[in-house]
Structures are given as C-alpha cells and as structure tokens.
Design a protein. Structure first.
Lengths: 304, 261, 304, 261
C-alpha cells in the first residue's frame, strides 16, 4: 500500500502505452512538467492527453512522439502563443499524426466533471452554434426534458490517470493545493487513479490541521512523489514563480523540428531525471524563481 | 492581391492606449467582468480606478479579483494574480456564473472576426496553407454565455474576412435571430475595438457597423482593412482621445509600458 | 451599495412573503438560526423553505406559521429525531397546511447545483425505483442521449435568497467558511441573492490573504451582518460548539402545540432580536459552548 | 393483534454490542465506507482499529476521515468530526464518489425494512393513523448508489412488514432483477443486522434470508418478530460473540457506553 515512490517508479507503474492521461489541469499553474518529462524518458507511446489549457507540456510530449490523440481546448505556449510541435504534428504529421478532439474550456471541464460525478453526461448551453460541436464524438445537441430548450450534452471522460502537481501532500496522498484550481479537482475525481507530485511530503497532521485545504483525498491517489520545482517552468503558488524567460526560449528554439529535437535531447532525454533537468537550469536561475515576499494565509481555527 | 499597409499616421503605442481606454469605457460600475490577459486586464484596472470602482473580475482559471495583479504577469495563473485575490476556485465555478447570466461583459480576441462578429481561433488559411491555431480555450464559452462581449483585435484585412473559415466562438452567426435559433439564450458582441476604430452591431441584422474611428484614422483606411463592404453608422464619430486622467492611470498600471509603451 | 446592516434590516429588505428561501444548507452545522428567528419575528408568510437536512430551524418556522411549502430531504431534530411542528403541519394542518416536495439529499443538492450552473437540470442515477420520484414536480426519468440508459433528471431550483452563517466575512460579503460544506456553495450560487450572517466581520485583507477559503464571493451577497452565536444551537467550527442539551429540551418542550407556542413566545417572539435570545440562554451557557482547545490550520504561503 | 414482546433473554447492552461488532465485521480492509451516526460510526472505528486499518469513511455532509471523532458527538457535522478530518468538502463531492461506484459499503437504518430490503423513512401507519417521518436524508442515495449496503435495525414486527408502506430507499424492490430494470447499476443490501439476528439476501430471488441468530435468540423468536414467512438459510449459524479484542476496542471507542452501555 506504500504510495510514496520515485517519479521513475510512479510513471513506470501507473502510465502505460495507450492510456488516457489528464495533466496540466491547473490551466497555467502547477503543470506537472517533471512527470511529463519522465513519461518522455520512459518512451510512452499512443497516449491520449486531456487538459483544457495545456501549457507547453503537451507540445513537448507531442514533439517527443508519445501522443496519438489530444483532448483539449487550447494547445499552445502560454507565454508566447504558438506551440510548434503541436502544429507540426497536426499540419504535417511530424513526428506522427495526432487526432485532436477540440473543446472549449467549459466542455472539457464538464466532460471531466461528468466522469467525476459518475454520470454519462452533463448539459450546458455553451458553444451552441460553434463549429466545435459539429460531428463531435463527445458533444451532442439534445432537448431539455423539462423545457424543450436546446442544450449541449457533454459526454463523460474518465482518464486512466490524472497527474497533479501540488504544494504539499502526506504519504497517503491527501493533498493540499492552493491558488487557482482550474479543472484539477474534476480531473482527479474522474480518473481511475491519481499520481501526485508535490513540493514537499508532509506529516499527516499538517494535512489534518486544515481539512478544507485537502482538495484531493488520498483514497483517489495511487502514487506520491516529492518533486521540488516539479511544475517548472509554470508556477506553484508560494513555492516557485513562473520562469517567463523559459517560455520565450522554448518558443524560439523549437520553431524548427531540429531545434525541438536539440531542446528535447538537452533538457529531457540526456538528463537523468528531474534533478538532471534542474541541473541544466542551474542553481542561480532556480534561486531567482523562489518567492521572496511571504504572504501567509490568515489563521483559521478548527478548535472545539 | 497586395495587402494594404496598416495606417501609420499615429504611433502604435498611442493606438494601443486608445484601445485600452476604449476597453475600459466598456466596463460599467458594479459589473461582473470576464477578464482576459493583456489589453482587457489593463482595461479592467483602468475602469476600476476611474469610473467602475465596484466592478469585479472573473478569470477562467478560477480567480476572482477586483484589484490589479500585485506585479506584472504573463498568464492569469501567475502568482501576482493569485496573491490578494478575493477568491480562488475552479474553472467550472467561475464559468457557472457565465452560464447563469451573471457575467455582464466578457473580453475576447482572435485570429479572425467576421461581418457578424464570429471569431476564429482554430484554423486559418495563409496563402493556401492551413494553419492550426491553439483553439478555443474559454473563448467559445464566453462568446456563448456572457450578457455581452467586447472583441479587441488588430485591424488587418486578413483578420477581418467576410466569413470566418472556422467558427470557434459564436457572434451573431449569419445575423438576425441566429443566436436564438441555435439555442443561445443571451449575449453576442457589443463592440469590436481595433487598432483603427470602434465598431458595433446593427440591432436587427446584427451586422458589424463602424461607429467611431480613432484619431488620425479615416473611414477609407478602416474599410480598406476590412474584408467586406463595411457599413458605416450615420452617427459616426471620432474616438475621444484618452483623457489626462486615463493616461495617468495607464502609466500607473503599465509603468513599464509592456502594453502601451 | 453598503451591505453591512443589522439582521432586522437585512431580513426586512431581502426576505419577503412568498419567497423561496434556502437555509440550513450546512447540513448540521452553521445553520442560520438567528436569521430564521428574525424571519419569525417579522411575521413572514407563505415561504418555501429549501434545504437538505433542515435541523430544527424548519420546524420552528413551520410551527410559527411562516411556511407554505418545504423542499427538503429530511425535516427533523438532528439531536432527537422527530420534529413535532413539522408533523403537526403535515398530518393535521396545524398551524396551517404545508406542501412537502420530498427529496433525497443528492436530489436537492443537484437541484441547487443546476440552479448554480445555470442549466435547467442535471442527471443522476440516484433514487431510481424510489417512491420519492413518483409524480414529482422536479424529478423526471429520462434516457441518456449517449447510452440510452435510464437516468433521473433533477430540475433546477433557484432560491430567491440563500441565508448562510459563516465564520468570517468582509464588508463586501466575501466569506470565509470552513468545516463540512454540505450544499452551502451550491445554494449560494443558485440564489438571486445571499444573506450572510457571520461570527465576525473582518478587514478585506484577512479574506484576501487566503482566497481559497473564500467560498462565497461578495458579488453574490446582498447583506452582511455580524451575528455572534448566529448558528446556535448548531455549531460553527472554531467559534461555537453544538448545544446538545438545547435539542433535547426543544424536543421535550415542543411535543405539544401549546409547548411549542410557549417555546416560541419565550425564545423568539418576546426576545428583541438575537441579543435577547442569547440573553435567555445566559452567559454561562454560552461560555460553555466556546471552543477551549485551539486547533490552528497549518500555515499556507501565497507569496511570490 | 398484540405485538410479540422483544426477546429479553440477553441484555439490551449485549445485543447492541453484538450489533456494533457485526457491523464492524462487514467492513473490509481498504474499503471506502459511507458512514452514518451511532452504530455505523462505532462499527467503523472498530473495524479500522481491528481488521481494516486502511478503510476510509465518507460522511454525506462532506467530511472524509479515517479516525474516530476526537470527542463524542451527536451529528456528523459536530466539531469533533471536523477536527482532524482528512478532508472537508461538499455533499455533492462525497456523493459523487457514491455515484462513481467508489463506495464499497454504506450503512442504513429506517423505520421499516421489508422482505426485499426496501427501506421506509417517510410515512408509516400506526394503528390506522398516518405518521410523517423526517424523510430520506441521504438514505435513498446510499441505497441507490453504493456497491453494497448494510442495514441496521431493531428487530420488531412493525418494523419488518412484508412490503414497506412507502419505498424511500430502494433495496431489491420486488426482487429478482428489479434494480437493473429500474435503472440502478449496482448495489443493494448485503446484510441486515438486527437486535436479534443477521440476515442476508438470496442471490436470485433477492428475498431476505435469516443467516445467523444472536447468542440466546431462537429462530422462532426472529420469525415471530418478522412480518412475513421468513426464509431461513440451510447454513444457519449463531452470531459469534464479540471477542475480547472487539470488546476492548468497544470500550475504547464508547467509553461512556453511549451506544453499547
């Protein structure tokens, strides 16, 4: 039952070829880059990636050839716009063809929420009239049984695994997470299992001192790994700020396939795990990303 | 066909200032605003400081805040947008306010906007080649569900086709009662703020109408940069220059001139 | 735009005859008793009350004749079982007939959530085959548009006002709430306006120091009142413990209509507001309900 | 008709101890348990301490915890059930785990249970008078959606009618494949633990079957307190007495004997 393991072990055990993997569910923060890089290192193939705003993590996994399908609302570079590996795959089939199941943020969120709720679909009025919903495998126009009004039925999506990066977590996987939440909670509850990377593993007492901050209960979690800077270059509130420069550099360097392969080789394939990746960035750069000005949450008392 | 050059009679920085100020003016006091990055973020800060002190901003990543970020940022998920927020919650939670009709105005941009205010952020053609863009993000949701939207775009002919190649985010579709017919219960674009002009939509046909040209811009320039025979309002005016107060606020909220410099 | 007002003013302004009012949404904690008593004092009539587990607050409002309809999953005395005024009204029409729209906890929660989401209904598989769903105005069997499976469609419910009691709130209505949440968030978001009573009104900076604890944003809130012990006899975590004895006393005293009227007169009608009610309980009793052992939440840093 | 008196050959406290221990034995290690108040709460604490150290408890008010409350309490929303919890969340959140099929076992009680395990907590008749009970609460949800349920009841003839007067929480309906036919995708009662006996359900007909009588109770007593011709398992046994270990744990978790005293 021991859930604490290395990232290498966690990915080896929980992420298999052909699986549906939700990641980048925080929208633009707490993106589990370290876990994504480990998936690349272990050479996973034919993954379906799920996420609303994918940050550049999807671009990296696509460029590395791990992906056959993307279920997303937006695949780009949140710092610089275009995600070139995504474009090359969709437009030219390089390194391989990928299918894209296009969504809006709300439809992908509702698909995950339907999965989390255990219902086959959830209704909404979004995107009616949009080309998005034409001939869509998961979006269907229906009539409301009460009012007869047109609605969009969003079919449920249950990832095999959802990967989250959080601030802190205990050894059983009970995770404290703060900042904007995006679709992380829906994705965690929809998944068959959850893989949590965290800035620090803490005693269970820390988690239990503030149960309202436990946004993922441990019984959903299959593996826990302590991975400081595990969201780099995206931020983890209170632990790591965004590395803005990284997005620009990645944008410039990956404009060509050759550039991308050079980046991939240097930053992922030849780094032996996340520590090697951090080593490439260098101490000084990481130090600059550490928060300087503490902003403590006001006390809350659970006493009786 | 050679594309017309963008009008150059006014500096790019001044144009952007006019756009931000115009965006700010679209926000009324007490409104709930679905804010985006860059221009709308700055416009929201301006509006709060000047004429809409009780406006509240929602961000699709789950942030609710009424003050500018505590430091410059790139995305709505960056630490300066979280620190000091009123609430941090989920995407569905904030988008539920949209679906409930509680969001007065949402800001949108895109690669293309057409005659009826439809937006494309998915597929475009460039000299015969199909280019895949990042996709909807939350734009289709905001366009579908907000009480009204404001679109901000650089005014370029390739970005203003008569009909978008792919309808990502619904404006008025093919015009008239199209929104009602497809099942959208409210909303649609109220304004398009471009680098050259401010445009509205006809109350019946829902076709885009030129309402105001920015200082130094002519109607002919605007029409030359628009991909259809653009209607011009009989009440056409010139966009008022930013006031001294507005310019001061702009300098306060964009001290490094990241957007308006 | 000033939202801070007395409870008298808040009820006068926001709760009108004939309205649909959600309260007691915390299930068994943070029940807004003080607000309910003020509704009784102001003599509201023909209210529709909405809540899953209603505690004894619904019983009191029903006995006082304020209510024409109840939408609930359970109306009783959480400490002692039977709610006598509810029974008298349903069985004998005393003091007046009331309609009961029976629900399960999940169906009333989903009705509020549908209201909060702005959709006409939400699907579930709960209560299929139960007598609960027969000829129900808000529950209807439908077929899934994707799978053809039977589902229960739960129609949306939008209260005119939701009343919440919380730990702390700023002057704009941004409310920090912790402990079990029940359906409070759904009820708040579904309502046309929210009336918040709180143990303390705090500076906005306190709220902003921990935005993940803000479970009701101020733009939903119409009125804010500082009402210490406003949930008595139910608990408010960290501020007031449950007054167990009160439930037993109420149970014994309200077994007869005469007993109830005596209770109502003594504890509500002849007390001039919540302070009078607290006066009836006495300092010593209140003091015993104050938490003695602090249990502070672990620090969380929002710094950058 | 005069009702039979409850069997009095064993003390009420001993009966309750047997019931709690029997409830604890229904919880297996690693299971996710929808816990109720009183008997199931104590049974859950016992199971965690003895044979199910990795069981996790969900409460419908939104609490998730794996340890007993830090002090005695009346409701699941009381401060001792919040302090030290693993998570505090919403009713829909915990009930979604039910609907997903993640909850292995849920505990239920009621005013009436019938031949097919259906429960009534809404309307009963007492000597011709209709009495309104509090209603479902979360019981209909647990009964519909948990992988299996365990029902705990005092064994009295008026509480064991052949058919409930009002079906609040579905058991096996009219038996056989009824659950499937009405659209329920799993679940149903696995055990009924009463003050006299433990009962199960036939795998085909889904009718209640007497499986075990508590120490000192006879089959005839059980049948006399049951409102239909109760089937008896060919493998009928006597409920094992609580072990020394179980009794010690009971004393630990119910030191004041609130439930088992």
């Amino acid at each position: 039952m021991a859930k604490v393991m290395t990232l290498t072990e966690a990915v080896a055990r929980h992420v298999r070829d052909g699986m549906t993997v939700a990641m980048g569910t925080g929208l633009e923060s707490c993106i589990p880059f370290a876990a994504g890089h480990e998936i690349i290192r272990q050479g996973r193939r034919d993954l379906t990636l799920v996420g609303p705003i994918s940050d550049i993590l999807f671009d990296q996994l696509i460029g590395a050839g791990c992906v056959s399908r993307v279920v997303a609302a937006w695949v780009g570079n949140v710092g610089a716009g275009i995600a070139y590996s995504f474009r090359r795959a969709v437009e030219e089939g390089i390194p391989r063809r990928i299918d894209v199941e296009d969504h809006s943020n709300l439809t992908v969120a509702l698909a995950l929420e339907a999965g989390a709720r255990g219902v086959p679909y959830l209704p909404s009025r979004t995107a009616l009239g949009s080309d998005l919903i034409r001939d869509h495998p998961r979006l269907r126009e229906v009539l409301c049984p009460f009012t007869g009004a047109r609605l969009l039925a969003v079919g449920a999506l249950r990832p095999d695994v959802t990967i989250l990066h959080v601030q802190r977590c205990d050894a059983e996987g009970d995770a404290h997470l703060w900042g904007n939440l995006g679709v992380s909670l829906e994705a965690a509850r929809a998944a068959r299992t959850v893989l949590v990377t965290c800035e620090e593993i803490v005693e269970s007492d820390v988690i239990r001192s503030d149960p309202n901050r436990t946004l993922v209960p441990g019984f959903l979690v299959g593996a826990v790994e302590a991975v400081p800077f595990g969201s780099h270059p995206s931020p983890t509130q209170g632990y790591v700020n965004r590395d803005d420069r990284f997005y620009e550099e990645y944008h410039a360097e990956t404009r060509t396939r050759e550039g991308f392969l050079g980046w991939l080789d240097r930053m992922v394939l030849t780094t032996s795990g996340h520590e090697g990746y951090l080593g490439r960035l260098g101490e000084a750069r990481l130090e600059r990303l550490r928060p300087r000005a503490p902003r403590p949450a006001a006390p809350a008392n659970y006493g009786l | 066909m050679k594309r017309p050059e963008p009008a150059a009679s006014v500096s790019a920085a001044a144009r952007r200032q006019v756009m931000v100020v115009a965006a700010a003016r679209e926000i009324h006091d007490g409104e709930v605003v679905f804010v985006g990055m860059r221009l709308p973020l700055l416009g929201f800060a301006l509006a709060r400081a000047l004429h809409a002190p009780h406006a509240v901003g929602l961000f699709e990543n789950g942030v609710i805040r009424d003050t500018p970020p505590v430091a410059p940022l790139i995305t709505m998920g960056d630490p300066p947008n979280i620190a000091g927020a009123l609430a941090c919650t989920t995407l569905i939670d904030v988008m539920s306010h949209l679906e409930c009709g509680r969001v007065d105005v949402g800001f949108l941009g895109g690669a293309e906007v057409d005659r009826f205010g439809n937006l494309n952020t998915t597929w475009v053609e460039d000299e015969g080649r199909r280019i895949r863009l990042p996709g909807s993000g939350g734009a289709a949701d905001i366009a579908s569900l907000a009480r009204r939207t404001v679109i901000a775009m650089p005014h370029e002919r390739r970005r203003f086709p008569e009909r978008v190649g792919y309808l990502t985010s619904p404006g008025y579709g093919t015009g008239g009662r199209w929104r009602h017919e497809v099942g959208l219960v409210r909303g649609g674009p109220a304004r398009v703020i471009t680098s050259l002009a401010i445009l509205g939509f006809d109350g019946e046909s829902r076709e885009m109408v030129l309402e105001s040209v920015h200082p130094g811009v002519t109607v002919e320039e605007v029409r030359a940069h628009t991909g259809w025979n653009l209607r011009v309002s009989p009440a056409l005016r010139t966009t008022p220059e930013p006031s001294a107060e507005e310019l001061a606020a702009l300098r306060q909220f964009d001290p490094q001139g990241l957007w308006t410099g």
